[in-house]
Design a protein around this ligand. Structure first.
Ligand code: NOJ
Length: 487
């Protein structure tokens, strides 16, 4: 398969599955005032944050006793990563975290979502913890708090200890789920004196299918559908076990929930029959993970559709999977399905997406701002949740450095402005979205694309490690300062 083809194929599958402040602007941002509610304003106390993940930014992969992860192994297979890079250095955040936290502070963010590299804390996944691994997160958390930034921790953002892959086949085995629970318990016991919010697994919707179904992500397997469904079930089980572990071992009041790339269904037209169809579609398209977490059962349509490939499970497992969560974290980037009502089947039909549909620098990242209005709105209706966080939203851009050394990413600003306006529309209607984490603080290792696709508010020169604020950093700072979308 040529690189071109694989890239196109990736884009297609991604679409189906599941994404300094220039000085004159500083003056502008300083002048801005908080917007009144009703004038594009967000509710008081809305959490404005930004996000990264361990393998994408930390580097230092063999330092201080860190064990290998499946991504260390996978990125070494020739041809797997488009530009041949890996996370060995990435953003050197392991050593530069203090400077990076200063960048978060510059934005005015009050929250930062990061993930723990499991193999830093348990080099083999289980067994003896590596004290130096946890030390890093201790220091990171303390530094965040010193800067008035609340740490939001993700337990699993894809860097599975290689040892668990070797010994148990990774998420193919429930052994990995149990060990994940022990790791979650350990982290909760050590860190929830300061960390009040924990995300369990990031994007089951991607890492299961891409990692075990089509081999685009680590561990790079192409297993039959029945096994993929079983692995997805294991990921839901791991989520539930982690929820229970955090409750049992964390400080009382620690909040815990998933961070899922919900399969985003959007009514093609804002008319009652299509909205209802999109609601049905959202529940069904997310039956394999979010819905079983929230409802404690696989839907009939899901089981019928899966047929002989349906996962094997017990009632006891469903109970664990549906342990009550404190919030729903949703990663929302692109509209995945535009839905219309249908008198066939379950009552909805996904439309095919025209080739000319606009997208950002990543082919898969279609621009559909109303997605961030409809998906939380319908999700809160279906699952009766009173707290939703947008655990990720953001955009890749071209991000050329101009001769004056600056990056005028008006494309990213366009994307963010429109998405945030739609998010504000949702909160103004009472949809319980409580916070937003912009992906990403800075350009970083974008998995299969390597360093080629940039999502950061800060541009990173990966040779010199110099960080330069893009124009969008000023934009976001202004949004936060005004607590309003139309900045
Ligand atoms: C979702 C993933 O959680 C994150 O790791 C990735 O970089 C962004 N989307 C952008 O693709």
């Amino acid at each position: 398969m040529s690189e071109k083809v694989s890239r196109r194929r990736f884009a297609k599958l991604a679409g189906l599955s599941a994404a300094g402040i220039a000085s004159p602007l500083e003056v502008h941002a300083a002048r801005s005032v908080r917007a009144p509610r009703g004038a594009g304003g967000f509710p008081p106390g809305f959490v404005w944050g930004t996000a990264t993940s361990s393998y994408q930014v930390e580097g230092a992969v063999s330092e201080d006793g860190r064990g290998a992860s499946i991504w260390d192994t996978f990125t070494r297979i020739p041809g797997k990563i488009e530009d041949g890079t890996n996370g060995d250095r990435a953003n050197e955040h392991y050593h530069r975290y203090k400077d990076d936290i200063a960048l978060i502070r510059e934005l005015g963010c009050k929250a930062y979502r990061f993930s723990i590299a499991w193999p830093r804390v348990f080099p083999d996944g289980d067994g003896k913890p590596n004290p130096k691994g946890l030390d890093f997160y201790d220091c990171l958390i303390d530094e965040l708090l010193r800067n008035g930034i609340e740490p939001w921790l993700t337990l699993y953002h894809w860097d599975l200890p290689q040892s668990l892959q070797d010994r148990f086949g990774g998420w193919r085995s429930t052994e990995t789920c149990k060990i994940f629970g022990d790791y979650a318990a350990y982290v909760a016991a050590k860190l929830t004196d300061r960390v009040k919010n924990v995300f369990t697994l990031n994007e089951s919707g991607r890492f299961v299918y891409f990692g075990y179904g089509i081999g685009i992500d680590a561990p790079g397997l192409t297993l039959p559908q029945a096994e993929v469904n079983q692995i997805r079930h294991h990921s839901a089980l791991a989520h539930g076990i982690a929820v229970q572990a955090v409750r049992a071992h964390g400080r009382r009041g620690t909040r815990v929930g998933p961070a899922e790339n919900i399969d985003a269904c959007v009514p093609a037209i804002d008319a009652p029959e299509h909205v209802r169809a999109a609601e049905i579609a959202l529940r069904e398209m997310n039956a394999g993970y979010l819905n079983v977490i929230m409802e404690g059962r696989y839907t009939d349509a899901f089981l019928t559709f899966a047929g002989r490939d349906a996962p094997k499970y017990t009632d006891a497992e469903l109970k664990i999977i549906s342990s009550p969560v404190d919030f729903l974290g949703l990663n929302i980037y692109a509209p995945q399905h535009y839905i219309v009502a249908s008198d066939q089947g379950a009552g909805f039909a996904p439309l095919s997406i025209p080739k000319s549909f606009p997208h950002m620098n990543s082919d898969w990242l279609r621009v559909g701002p109303e997605t961030i209005y409809w998906v939380p709105k319908l999700a809160s209706r279906i699952w009766k949740t009173d707290a939703i966080y947008i655990s990720e939203n953001g955009a890749s851009g071209d991000d050329q450095v101009t001769p004056d050394g600056k990056i005028y990413d008006t494309d990213r600003i366009m994307y963010l402005r429109n998405y945030l306006a739609q998010l504000q529309r949702a909160t103004a209607e009472g949809v319980p979205v409580r916070g937003y984490f912009l992906w990403s603080l800075m350009d970083n290792f974008e998995w299969v694309y390597g360093l080629n696709e940039r999502f950061g508010l800060y541009h990173v020169n990966f040779d010199t490690q110099v960080r330069t604020p893009k124009l969008s950093a000023s934009f976001y700072r202004n949004v936060i300062a005004r607590n309003a979308a139309g900045a």
